[in-house]
Design a protein. Structure first.
Length: 404
């Protein structure tokens, strides 16, 4: 029989017992849908994290106050005094540094009209939007004059602006930060951040102003954002910053630094590796459902062989060869597996799209996922369909005809 005839015969066989066929395919559907959904969600999450890290700034290095410990900043009381504005000025002189933005911050209660919120107040300079890759939506950013004269002016993040009811017409209005009036001179363009550390939930004011009214930390800074001119200079500039600060802070060779320099590319690489590993592990766990589905196919095919023993005997009696019977039952197993796989792919893509929409990252569709899912379905059909098909092919025709 031709392959198309065998497929047609298999489909008609499945149609005679729809409920049993559906229940048999359920394991394959769940397995394929789980694998497709988890891989798509993993890729979407990785893409979302990548976009968020990239949105932090172009070729960004962040110098943090406090001793470094396995690549992370170990905060401690008083550690904020380890970096100063003079350190920032010295870093700006390094070849390859495009811009720097020292930062000092505090968490404060903010009021505008009858609305209020608690947010992070970041004291910085006019280079902040260049270093951190921000765009002004309305108004303007902090000026050199506002920093030099410690003016009470504020640039509001988009999320904070929404919380306070600020709109495009709110430029020039006043907000109160911890009871102190500030004039809103600008509102930032949203970065669409969905992480716990929402980069849209902040208010930027001159660094001299935050020291004067909120932190009282003199010349110290919490961190220094450094924008490197080109990506291939990142490691060189990072090394030069480390050497410079060790010299300025009189840190002896081999002693622990009182600062840390974080590279966003290292952070991106680490985050991507973690998500990739988790995706592989979760997909591996989900693939267990495919094994369960394969066992279901084997079970139903064995039952089918028993139910159709006389039919097999008749086919052999009129000239069918063992390979014909083997092919017929193997095709039926493959049709079951592939049909379940296709339904599983559709369900998995729908599930991943819904999860991506809820989580806030973009839906990622990789055609390779469809190829892998289809191949897995074929493998399951072959592996778990061969034994029942061989059982059917090996039946003795005389014994099969006598079977009741």
């Amino acid at each position: 029989m031709r392959i198309f005839e065998l497929v047609g015969l298999a489909v008609s066989r499945l149609g005679t017992s729809r409920l049993r066929s559906t229940l048999t395919m359920l394991g394959i559907i769940i397995g394929v849908a789980s694998v497709v959904a988890l891989v798509s969600v993993g890729q979407g999450a990785s893409s979302g994290i990548t976009n968020q890290i990239n949105s932090l700034g172009t070729n960004l290095l962040t110098v943090n106050a406090g001793a470094s410990f396995t690549g992370f900043t170990r905060g401690a009381a008083g550690s904020a005094t380890t970096l100063t504005s003079d350190d920032a000025g010295a870093i700006a002189q390094i070849s390859g540094v495009a811009a720097i933005a020292p930062e000092e911050s505090a968490s404060e209660f903010v009021v505008h009209g009858d609305k209020n919120t608690t947010t992070t107040i970041v004291g910085t300079t006019q280079a902040y939007p260049t270093v951190r890759a921000y765009q002004i939506w309305q108004g303007e950013f902090l000026s050199d004059t506002s920093v030099e004269q410690s003016l009470r002016v504020a640039v509001v993040g988009s999320s904070t602006a929404d919380d306070l009811g600020l709109t495009a017409s709110s430029i020039g209005s006043q907000i109160k930060i911890n009871g102190i009036p500030f004039t809103v001179v600008g509102i930032l363009q949203s970065k669409g951040s969905t992480s716990a550390a929402n980069s849209d939930d902040q208010i930027l004011i001159p660094i001299s102003t935050v020291r004067r009214y909120f932190t009282g930390t003199g010349d110290s800074v919490r961190s220094i954002g450094v924008s490197v001119a080109t990506a291939d200079q990142m490691s060189t500039v990072q090394s030069e910053i480390t050497t410079l600060l060790e010299q300025r802070h009189n840190i002896a060779a081999g002693a622990s630094d009182d600062f840390s320099v974080a590279d966003q590319t290292q952070l991106l690489s680490t985050a991507t590796s973690v998500y990739s590993l988790l995706t592989i592990l979760l997909a591996g766990v989900a693939s267990i459902s495919l094994v369960v589905g394969g066992i279901g196919i084997m079970n139903i095919m064995l039952v089918s062989v028993r139910e159709r023993t006389r039919e097999i005997g008749i086919r052999k009696a009129i000239g069918a060869h063992n390979r014909d019977i083997l092919t017929q039952f193997l095709v039926e197993a493959l049709v079951l597996s592939l049909l379940g796989g296709f339904i599983g792919i559709v369900v998995g893509l729908i599930a991943s799209a819904v999860i991506a929409a809820v989580a806030g990252w973009g839906f990622t569709f990789d055609p390779l996922i469809l190829v892998v899912a289809t191949v897995f379905s074929l493998i399951v059909g072959v592996v778990f369909g061969v034994w029942p098909a061989r059982q059917a092919a090996r039946l003795d025709p005389i014994a099969a005809l006598r079977f009741e």
